[in-house]
Design a protein around this ligand. Structure first.
Ligand SMILES: [Zn+2]
Length: 97
């Protein structure tokens, strides 16, 4: 499965277009953009997302808002404190994997 980075639609088979000098390239069959990539499903929403993105934009936004709340709750005032919190999150992630 592929996902178009311009229109967001998904498709199995890309279209093709041939330019003036005879070069053929792959395009989105819906909007004809050549800016598309392989897709995978978000493990939370099941929506198709670009491979490597991890989660859908809505889940990413929600998690980022929670992380911002943690930063606010901990009273982070400078970069040293922020990087220390990020290290805590990194350590927590390593312990869980
Ligand atoms: Zn498209």
């Amino acid at each position: 499965m592929n996902i178009c980075m311009r229109c967001g639609k998904t498709f199995d088979r890309a279209g093709t277009e041939t330019d003036d000098v005879g070069y053929t390239y792959s395009i989105c069959p819906y909007c004809e953009s050549d800016n598309f990539t392989s897709a995978e499903t978000c493990p939370f929403t099941g929506d198709y997302i670009p491979s490597g993105q991890g989660v859908s934009a809505s889940v990413q936004k929600r998690v980022q808002q929670r992380l911002e709340q943690i930063v606010a709750d901990e009273g982070v005032e400078n970069d040293d404190q922020l990087y220390a919190l990020i290290e805590v999150i990194g350590n927590w992630s390593e312990e869980r994997s």
